[in-house]
Design a protein. Sequence first.
Lengths: 431, 255
Amino acid sequence: MVADAYAAAFDVISGDVGVPAAVRALRRAAFDRFSALGFPTPKNEDWHYTSVAPIADQEFALLASRTGDIGRDDLAPFSFGVGAGDWHTIVFVNGRFAPELSDLRKLPAGVEVTDLATAWSAPDVAERIGSLASHESHAFTALNAAFAQDGAVVRIARNVEVGRPIHLLFVTDAAAARAMMHPRNLIIVERHATATVIETYASATDSTYFTNAVTEVTLGDGSSLRHYKIQREASRAYHVGTIEVEQARDSHYVSFSLATGAELSRTNVYTTLDGEGSGATLNGLYMLDGEQHCDHQTQIIHAQPNTFSRELYKGILDGRSHGVFNGKVYVRPIAQKTDGKQTNNTLLLSDTAHVDTKPQLEIFADDVKCTHGATVGQIDQAALFYLKSRGIANALARRLLTYAFAADVLETIEVDAVREGLERTTLERFV
Amino acid sequence: MSLLVIKDLKASVADKPILKGVTLTVETGSVHAIMGPNGSGKSTLAQVLAGNPAYEVTSGSVSYNGRDLLAMPPEERAQAGIFMAFQYPVEIPGVSNAYFLRAAYNEVRKARGEDEVDPLEFADLMDEKLELVDMDSSMLNRSVNTGFSGGEKKRNEILQMAVLEPKLGILDETDSGLDIDALRIVANGVNKLKRPNNATIVVTHYQRLLNYIVPDFVHVLVSGRIAKSGGKELALELEEKGYDWVTELAGASAS
């Protein structure tokens, strides 16, 4: 029984007395909650288009100690071509902090990047875990809280502007086969601070494994964070990632979610605009083929007046893949003058790819401007003929038009190395 | 020698016959004008020669440089030296003009067994070609035809023609919608690309363009057939008498 396997794994982890009492209490509460909730089924409205049976029906082992054999060279494909020392990088191999691969020597004053297993000894860190991402109603968040062993803690002190990106790089190798990892990250950007955080999930293997990550982000007054999540897991892996954000007055959260890997993936990006003048820009691009299934659920809560949100998600689907987008926007009664725009566009490259798109606006204020739109289309035959009539071969013409479809959302990425890297990924994805 | 030999070509769009037996031979070094009223099949002929899959050839043959043109996909035709300037150039947001032009140029070079050029070499080539159509290099960084004015789109077509240096250029109503200044620039570009070993087919509704691109032969297409052929003076006669004149001629000969 899979449930017995989780219970057995929990017996092991709950016996770990080296962990602070607050974390042990959270683990216990979260595991009890997970046991009560169970994995979501398609009857659950939030999981209507995505069956997690492939995850729920298999046993994944919890890795008791640091594993893996990853060298610096193995990280090159996931480093966007930046040299050593260009970015601040914290690396995790098979879910555990790898100090010898990390590069945190040049962190400026006021910037802390630490591994959670060290950081949670501090009471204020332990208390923050779960303060935004509640395990009450989300089974995967509960599972993460019960089994989280490591992750990154990023804290930017007030008024500090971090120029170079901070890269949280989670990589797996063959030792992760049949294992589960539950990375838990905290990002705290204090008043008037700005930073760029790139969160990558990648693999040097083609094993089957299960990543279930949770990242909690707190943005102080007037702060801004660019947060790029790059999901390029192994092709037979399973990935669930949840990002929960709380934004104070005049803060700006810019999110980009790229998903190209995993057999089954689900990314949740949830933000609450809890301060006047705050805004969120949520963009994303998913590129799928074969039997891949990729689901994005976003949720923007406009909880205060004069808040704004902009959302553009694009999907490119080939083969028999299945893309799902569910974008929720809530406008609370107090949130007058809300300005929201949401768009989801899908390009189908085959007759057998499948898309479900579900925009959801729930508006309880009467003086707001909110729009949403969704399109589903195929390669434009007129454009294809135009390119071919100039001598461009069919395959390259299709690749160019596929790239062109994604170009406007890729252009929103403000870190040149990331944008150029993802542009290449897009050009090369469907060869 | 004969570059293009079209024999009794018939073609349909969405099962509707448009070309009903076109026969035409184009020699190297010559300029042929195809004129005709709306719906006569002028643009269809241009599209069929370029290989647009929306047009179905139902019978007849087209030999290009001794090859069976109709058996070649559009990209091979372009690589073999056929270029059609579109009446309505397609906008492709997200692909820069520079990338597009270089990709096309390299594909054509590869087909000729020549080395591909890198972005720097290509930039030098572009400086020269841009001058030909009086365009600023800033348009290379814009997406293909996206947000271009009508005149800019047509100039961009001639720019592509200048880069690809075709053996057979087909201008599909390149003059329509152009003011006289843009028309002069476009015509001047085309004239400068004229070589003894290439040929041009100018498809147009109006005689005006032929003041600038002087044809050796003029053919009048009516209801999918060439109703009358002649020298450049035929265009002037058409301008004076209108298409009704040839339409009546065609009607008389058919009955």
